[in-house]
Write a protein that binds this ligand. Structure first.
Ligand code: ADP
Length: 557
């Protein structure tokens, strides 16, 4: 019986109740709190909203001395500090939005022991003023929020995070360090531990599964997406939903479509639609006023649907979102999880549907080449970031293509162990019938064609050649002289595209980015010429896939 652990826990629970009014810890929190209180470093991997703050705030109030919280977002800092002060915990922040005088005052208060939690942006650590301060005051705990920012392999690398490890190492007495993030790829975790200088950290990964969410993936041609969404919204007119689009233009177009066609669809079914818009658009290009109004209308249930870019959602507290539909494939599982995860905060059953097709992948690949304007990166660093983003995208494509349980795919991706491998009842893959299709010959032809064109062209041209197209833009290749010209004339074009794309996912091909993506051989290309090469793909059986079973019908009264 470990009484010391119990004592800590009692004190921790008491503080949780006293300062935050909660009766119990959420999964993972108690263990992290105990570990930090016992003096051991922690890497806590928890999704946004799972309650990371409590993990360091409770130790902060129970430990002697000061806790320095390093956080990248100045706006969130203010909210946190206000919240803590309201709860009776002395907290403050220093950052560049304050006048030097004000900063000096906060640091003086902290030095006098009047502050328990001091929030700073990583840039601050590099200033002499802050270093002098840190050398004089007892710092018991350093909590690093959004710790993945230290890694170039993550989504939001920040060079200022690289100074944190050195800052900690330079302190007169080494504090306990807790690093927190919602990003969990192996590579990022290793960077966090290494670059922050964590010592034998206890790694805790929790909270990623959201059993009340039904995950749903639908492969759908772009031209059918808007009608599908309209039909879904019409069928769920009483519910709140968020629809994420890739571009600002798309949000406006789709919102307009919904406002026009949803009432018509409902009327056709004899249902009445309340006056007022069904959907509002929301994106970063709107005036702040318009944007705030859109958000307020949605949050207050005056408008059931918001059609938004990924600018929507940060800090929005709406618990009764019943569905989140992605009109396009996001850039990473992290992004998808965060956006889709805005559904069902109240724990009620909710649905997260992802609509995707091959051209989404092409678009995303093209964007990989985009700008990295927020950082001054050398060409090598840019290449690393690009590779990292590519991996993230591969994870997302994998989610779209997997025939495994979608919940399991997600929790495994985030490194959370502990499922028993049985099918769930809350995803479109479990209980779905897949058929196995032998595409050996198609794959072999594609591979030969890539050889015929000397790995010089994109997937569109390869498909055209294989299908015997006489298109003018191919003339310079003299395709008719190629052995593979017209070889797949009798195969459906969508199937050829699908197999080509799957081959890229599986490593037989490699899509080299650039202004025009080029299909090259992947590491497994050699296998396709082996005599015993055999290649199968699994696809949803056609009959059940028609429209994802949600064509507007019934149930509206
Ligand atoms: P994160 O930093 O992981 O995104 P937060 O720390 O902001 O998450 O917590 C998300 C929400 O969960 C907050 O509203 C917080 O007050 C609440 N919360 C955290 N821990 C608990 C708990 N043990 N019981 C109930 N609510 C909690």
């Amino acid at each position: 019986l470990d009484l010391s652990g119990m004592t800590d826990n009692t004190a921790a629970l008491g503080a949780l109740k006293r300062y935050f009014g909660y009766d119990s810890f959420r999964p993972g929190q108690a263990g992290i709190v105990d570990t930090l209180l016992a003096g051991r470093d922690v890497l806590g991997v928890m999704p946004t909203g799972a309650g990371k703050s409590v993990c360091y705030q409770i130790p902060a109030v129970l430990m002697p001395g000061i806790t320095v919280v390093i956080s990248p977002l100045i706006s969130l800092m203010r909210d946190q500090v206000d919240g803590l002060n309201d709860a009776g915990v002395p907290a403050a922040f220093v950052n560049g939005t304050q006048a030097p005088d004000e900063q000096g005052m906060v640091l003086a208060q902290a030095a006098a022991g009047q502050i328990k939690l001091l929030y700073v942006a990583p840039e601050r650590l590099e200033t002499t003023r802050f270093r002098d301060f840190a050398a004089r005051v007892p710092i018991s705990l350093v909590a690093v929020d959004e710790a993945h920012c230290v890694s170039q392999w993550g989504q939001d690398f920040r060079s200022s995070y690289l100074g944190i490890g050195e800052f900690i190492a330079g302190l007169p007495a080494r504090p306990v360090v807790g690093a927190f993030t919602a990003t969990a790829t192996e590579r990022v975790r290793r960077d966090v531990v290494g670059l922050l200088g964590l010592r034998n950290p206890a790694v805790t990964v929790t909270g990623f599964d959201r059993p009340n969410l039904y995950f749903d993936v639908l492969n759908m041609e772009s031209k059918h997406k808007a009608a599908w969404v309209a039909s879904y919204v019409a069928e769920h007119a009483e519910e709140s939903g968020i629809i994420y689009c890739a571009t600002r233009k798309d949000t406006e177009a789709l919102a307009a479509t919904l406002n026009q066609s949803v009432p018509q669809l409902r009327e056709a079914k004899g249902a009445h639609t309340a006056a007022g818009p069904i959907a509002v658009a929301y994106h970063g290009g709107m005036l702040a006023d318009e944007r705030n109004r859109a958000q307020a209308d949605f949050v207050a249930d005056r408008v059931p649907v918001v059609v938004a870019t990924n600018a929507f959602g940060m800090g929005i507290d709406k618990s009764n979102v019943r569905y989140v539909i992605h009109h396009n494939m996001p850039e990473s599982i992290e992004a998808y999880y965060q956006e889709a995860g805005r559904a069902g905060r109240d724990g009620e059953p909710s649905r997260c549907t992802l609509l995707w097709n091959e051209s989404d992948i092409v678009t995303r690949r093209r964007l990989l080449d985009g700008d990295y304007e927020n950082e001054r990166l050398s060409p090598e660093e840019q290449e690393i970031v690009r590779m990292a983003k590519r991996r993230l995208l591969d994870g997302m494509v994998g989610y779209c293509r997997t025939t495994d349980c979608l919940h399991r795919y997600m929790t495994r991706y985030f490194g959370q162990e502990g499922d028993d491998g049985s099918p769930c009842t809350a995803c479109s893959n479990c209980g779905q019938t897949f058929e196995t299709i032998d595409v050996t010959n198609i794959a072999r032809a594609i591979s030969q064609c890539v050889h015929d064109v000397d790995q010089r062209v994109g997937s569109g041209k390869i498909v055209k050649i294989l299908r015997g197209s006489k298109a003018q833009d191919l003339a310079w290749l003299n395709p008719e002289a190629m052995p593979t010209f017209g070889m797949l004339r009798d195969v459906n074009e969508a199937r050829v595209r699908d197999v080509l794309s799957q081959m890229a996912t599986d490593g037989f091909l490699f899509i080299a980015e650039g202004r025009m993506p080029i299909v090259r051989f992947g590491v497994r290309a050699g296998e396709t010429i082996a005599a015993d090469f055999h290649y199968e793909i699994k696809r949803v059986r056609r009959s059940s896939a028609a429209t994802g079973g949600t064509a507007f019908g019934g149930g509206v009264g």
